[in-house]
Design a protein around this ligand. Structure first.
Ligand SMILES: [Zn+2]
Length: 57
């Protein structure tokens, strides 16, 4: 999965606020994403985020 800033992604499991929709706000070896439900920001290593999100392609 290639991440780009501003990209919307969906997680398999919902966040504590109930939202599964996130926006990528920083890329690199670690990817920072912001929850679109509660605006909380979290950072994951790329390989870990790959396992957490729903991938269409
Ligand atoms: Zn949230």
């Amino acid at each position: 999965m290639k991440y780009e800033i501003g990209m919307k992604i969906m997680t398999k499991k919902p966040h504590v606020c109930g939202s599964v929709n996130w926006e990528v706000i920083r890329t690199g070896a670690d990817i920072k994403i912001k929850c679109l439900g509660c605006s909380r920001e979290v950072m994951f290593p790329k390989y870990e985020l790959d396992k957490k999100i729903k991938q269409d392609k």
